[in-house]
Unconditional design. Structure first.
Length: 152
């Protein structure tokens, strides 16, 4: 498996560090796209875009983005064609993000969830795979609308 991409803004550095250490303890490779606060590229739109592009370009299969709420990271990552990012604050949403929506990225809010819950959310998401079935036409329709919305 390719390394998991991870990135956080200044509101989520501490939780990101917990998640990175947790994944490394499980022998899961991680590439960290987080930037220093003083760096102009340290704001969440830049980080989310960079992680989403890396997944689109197949440098990673999955990514985890963290900010204060998870909302901003999700919005930005979903601007990258082919990316499906899901904001998850519970294990059920994380499972469904993969199983039903084939989400390559989850976003977490450091001001919304604690470290232990974040670990269980990441575990649930990593243990889940896209099931296809009745969800396959829905994911295909998402891609259809994404392509239809692209400028020509």
């Amino acid at each position: 498996m390719l390394p998991i991409a991870i990135g956080a803004d200044d509101a989520a550095i501490e939780l990101k560090n917990v998640i990175v250490a947790y994944l490394q303890q499980r022998d899961i490779a991680v590439t960290d796209y987080t930037r220093d606060r003083g760096d102009d590229n340290g704001i969440y739109p830049d980080i989310a875009f960079q992680v989403a592009q890396a997944i689109r370009n197949e440098r990673h299969q999955r990514g985890i983005l963290l900010c204060g709420t998870g909302i901003g990271m999700s919005i930005v990552a979903n601007k990258v064609p082919g990316i499906r990012a899901a904001q998850c604050h519970d294990t059920y949403s994380a499972q469904r993000a993969r199983k039903s929506n084939d989400a390559q990225i989850i976003t977490l809010g450091a001001r919304v969830i604690g470290a232990e819950l974040a670990k269980t959310i990441v575990d649930a998401w990593l243990a889940s795979e896209f099931e296809g079935g009745g969800s396959a036409p829905k994911v295909a329709k998402i891609s259809h609308y994404e392509q239809a919305a692209q400028p020509r």
